[in-house]
Write a protein that binds this ligand. Structure first.
Ligand SMILES: C[S@@+](CC[C@H](N)C(=O)[O-])C[C@H]1O[C@@H](n2cnc3c(N)ncnc32)[C@H](O)[C@@H]1O
Length: 281
């Protein structure tokens, strides 16, 4: 086993951060005009409360499926796009990653991550997903959890991710399922019985792609809806090979135990997951 001097790691890490920050400062000034709703205090507090509850969509549904798609993490250099409060970055570090870089647009989310989910080999950077081409490094594993709904240009994002990957690297990500993002606020998310029981999901204007501005915690919560085939074609169009695809499944037991939270999952999946690989042909 190689013996590594801790001071060397720290100084290497700060040189890396200084270099990245110089590039990013210029980049941020020129390009950053994106929605940053997680820096809205009310939205942030609401998300933090929801995420810290024992029963939440992230920990109970999203994370187990995402983890099941990961390759061996030990020894890999990892980039987590839209790292939020840092739970995933910390998990990859605990799984033996060589290094983890978490990037996010939100200062509040990053502040929380730096306070609660730190690690010797974890670096958090304020960087928008639209600007990841500013990163100099190449990675063995790129991950992202529930962030790509905010990307206006998915084709470009996929091409940028591809460029950041080493040959043979993996790209594992989740995003909201198109059947969920289709909802445009013009009706209830579900058609219900008189007593409020969900009968089926409403998927209005599924074929109309583009920005959805809906009331969700804040008045104008923005995300981008695209069809399933558009997502798949963005991935393969960038040159990535799709190795696996999953849609979030919730067990009958969970649905019965927590009907309020998970009752609707019988009718449509909330998330879609892909494990992709950069394979040179
Ligand atoms: C639903 S949270 C997920 C956070 C984290 N990945 C997790 O699973 O807990 C979405 C995250 O995406 C970030 N985000 C939204 N738009 C972004 C953008 N344009 N660039 C980078 N991060 C963005 C938000 O700040 C937030 O931290």
């Amino acid at each position: 086993m190689a013996i590594v001097n801790e001071e060397d790691i720290v100084s290497e890490k700060s040189a890396f951060i200084d270099k990245q920050c110089d590039t990013l400062k210029t980049n941020r000034e020129s390009k950053m005009a994106k929605q940053n709703v997680y820096d809205n205090e009310g939205f942030f507090e609401n998300f933090k409360d929801t995420r810290s509850k024992k029963i939440n969509f992230n920990d109970c549904i999203e994370t187990p499926i995402l983890l099941s798609l990961l390759p061996e993490v030990r020894g890999k250099t990892v980039l987590d796009i839209g790292c939020g409060m840092g739970q995933h970055a910390k998990q990859y570090s605990n799984m033996g990653a060589k290094s983890v870089i978490g990037i996010d647009i939100s200062e509040r989310m990053l502040e929380y991550a730096k306070e609660h989910f730190t690690g010797e080999n974890i670096t958090y950077l304020r960087l928008a997903l639209e600007d990841i081409s500013a990163l100099d490094d190449r990675f063995d594993l790129v991950t992202s959890s529930l962030v790509f709904d905010y990307a206006e240009n998915l084709d470009e994002l996929m091409r940028n991710v591809y460029r950041l990957m080493n040959s043979g690297a993996y790209f594992v990500f989740s995003m909201s399922h198109p059947m969920a993002t289709a909802w445009d606020g013009t009706c209830d998310r579900y058609t219900r019985t008189a007593s409020g029981e969900r009968l089926y999901a409403n998927v209005p204007n599924y074929m109309v792609e583009g920005k959805r501005s809906v009331k969700w915690v804040v008045k104008d919560y923005e995300l981008y809806h695209r069809t399933f085939s558009t997502i798949v074609n963005a991935i393969v169009g960038a040159g990535l090979k799709i190795e696996r695809c999953e849609e979030s499944r919730v067990s009958d037991e969970m649905r019965t135990q927590y009907p309020e939270q998970f009752g609707g999952t019988l009718h449509r999946p909330d998330f879609v997951f892909f494990r992709c690989r950069k394979v040179n042909i």
